[in-house]
Design a protein around this ligand. Structure first.
Ligand code: ADP
Ligand code: MG
Length: 551
């Protein structure tokens, strides 16, 4: 027999396996979903290769594309077989021994610390395979690649090491044999496995056969007409594409015929795992052409800042045999990206018009991505500007308002929109910058997140009105000959020109190069002095962030 080699799991993988093996009994069903989802992915990948290669280049080209599940109660074992792309020896070592995906490390840390270890999220972090050890005492993976090279068997009990050896006579694809642990006998029983599959896998686009019976009807939900789809079906589909356990917060299903034929079904999840500390998420939308998967978790079909969306985009205008490489600079892909991004932003605008409170829920959870869009993508500034929400001197604390709301309240002769940065409302309202605004009853936007000043400076203007930071040096709020108010009259006599000039020279000499300029201000009301920003390009808050290297 051929040599068997033994390999050690990477340290992170060991940690993960330890958590998985000790996971709660009630979460175990998840492993079937994860293995079926890998089988479906492998079949999609093979289908794509078969479209871009000639039949002679494909090993076992005649084998039908399907997933088969075999149960053996006597041996206490469950086997999931797919006729997908398969794995070479190198693939086995790389894919089933290490954790390559970014984000999974943070997932691990969080899992290890959480009181209730929510292992059901596992699939969203690109480590779903290891869930096999939730139910398996030993897991065997026999696989043969579509390139026809010799097949191999990978075996492990999940504690530290795994072995790999050559395995002859395999068909194309992968067979995962789960030798069930004590207490997991149900997974060798038809009623149990059937109920798990029905619950989790109804949208798998390949036949799933359990003991000769096909369990699912293969259908592309997004290609059906909206009026025929129930809310339950949408939610089920969301769980399938997003590998999620929750329900979506928002959903957009639309199709266009001209100038491009597009069918899109997009979901906003309920939770933002990225701000929960799970690290940067990979994109969640899959690109299809005529219901055939071309690019899973596509980096190209939407801008990066829309990575929180989950779902499917299908366009029959794309060439079926386009390679993943060619997607990157394909003009058609860029066009589809633009159409869908604008459509989605319009959808958000409509949602906000229908129900501002519900939109604010979205904004609280996902607004940060829209802000990222403003600072990284020039193309959508107008649309994104309408979706921004900030607290202002006239908003209630905790209830941000739109820039359009600001415009409605603007004085007829006010030409600019003003904003000022600070850590919170109290600090801003205690500062000297806002005195003049308060006196003249001019609304001031409070930017309280580090990124906010960048966002407003990238936006530049809104509806033809310039966005201006209140810490700018040459700021003037229109005419300065407003009649003196009562408090002004009570004020002490101002310094005469000579005394004021002397004070300025003294300050310049004393502060030397610590300041660029000292000048007499007309905007102060009660405070004796304030520090302003000479060049007016970066606000002081932006300079602080740049200096700290945080942006
Ligand atoms: P993910 O599916 O999110 O990539 P997994 O931990 O589920 O993460 O799987 C890791 C990798 O192992 C997959 O990306 C794939 O390359 C490989 N793999 C797992 N199962 C199969 C299979 N049935 N056929 C081919 N490759 C597989
Ligand atoms: Mg997987």
């Amino acid at each position: 027999t051929a040599a068997t080699t033994t390999h050690e799991f990477q340290a992170e993988t060991k940690k993960l396996l330890d958590i998985v093996i000790n996971s709660l009994y009630t979460e175990r069903d998840v492993f079937i979903r994860e293995l079926i989802s890998n089988a479906a992915d492998a079949l999609e990948k093979y289908r794509h290769e078969s479209l871009t290669h000639s039949e002679e280049e494909l090993f076992d080209a005649h084998v039908p594309l399907e997933i088969t599940i075999d149960l053996d109660e006597k041996k206490n074992q469950l086997t999931i077989t797919d006729t997908g792309i398969g794995m070479t020896k190198d693939d086995l070592l790389a894919n089933l021994g290490t954790i390559a995906h970014s984000g999974s490390n943070t997932f691990l840390t969080q899992l290890a610390e959480a009181a209730r270890q929510d292992v059901s999220l596992i699939g969203q972090f690109g480590v779903g395979f290891y869930s096999a050890f939730m139910a398996g005492a030993t897991v065997r993976v026999r696989s043969r690649s579509w390139d026809g090279s010799e097949g191999h068997e990978w075996v492990s009990d999940g504690t530290g090491t795994y072995t790999v050896s050559e395995c002859q006579g395999l068909h194309r694809g992968t067979k995962v044999i789960v030798e069930l642990k004590e207490g997991c006998e149900d997974y060798a029983k038809k009623w149990k496995v059937e109920s798990v599959i029905k619950q989790y896998s109804s949208f798998v686009p390949f036949p799933i056969k359990l003991e000769g019976e096909t369990l699912n009807t293969v259908q592309a939900l997004w290609a059906r007409s909206r009026s025929e789809i129930t809310d339950e079906e949408y939610v089920e589909f969301y769980k399938f594409v997003a590998n999620a356990v929750d329900e979506p917060m928002l959903r957009l299903h639309f199709s266009t015929d001209a100038p491009l034929a597009i069918n899109a079904l997009l979901f906003v999840p309920k939770e933002n795992l990225e701000i929960m500390g799970f690290g940067k998420m990979s994109p969640g939308v899959n690109l299809y052409c005529q219901r055939i998967l071309i690019d899973q978790h596509s980096e190209n079909i939407l801008p990066e800042w829309l990575r929180f969306l989950k779902g499917v985009i299908d366009s029959e205008d794309l060439p079926l045999n386009i390679s993943r490489q060619a997607l990157q600079d394909n003009a058609l892909v860029a066009k589809i990206r633009r159409v869908i991004s604008k459509r989605f932003l319009k959808f958000l605008e409509d949602e906000a018009k229908k129900d501002e409170a519900a939109y604010l829920e979205f904004w609280k959870t996902f607004g940060i991505y829209l802000k990222e869009g403003v600072t990284s993508d020039f193309e959508y500034r107008t649309e994104l500007g309408k979706l921004m929400r900030f607290e202002t001197s006239k908003s209630e604390a905790g209830t941000p308002v739109s820039l359009s709301d600001y415009l409605l309240r603007m004085h007829p002769d006010q030409k600019e929109i003003y904003y000022i940065n600070g850590p919170n409302r109290e600090a801003i309202e205690a500062g000297p910058y806002i005195e003049m605004f308060r006196k003249k009853d001019v609304e001031l936007i409070y930017t309280m997140e580090p990124i906010d000043d960048f966002v407003l400076s990238y936006l530049g203007e809104f509806d033809g009105k310039k966005l201006v930071s209140a810490d700018k040096a040459d700021l003037s709020l229109g005419d300065d000959d407003t009649p003196p108010s009562e408090s002004d009259e009570k004020a002490e006599t101002p310094l005469d020109d000579k005394a004021a000039g002397d004070l300025v020279s003294w300050l310049k000499e004393t502060l030397k190069e610590q300041v660029a300029e000292v000048s007499i201000s007309k905007r102060l009301v009660d405070a004796p002095a304030l520090i302003v920003n000479p060049d007016g390009f970066m606000t002081s808050s932006m300079e602080r962030i740049m200096a700290a290297g945080k942006f």
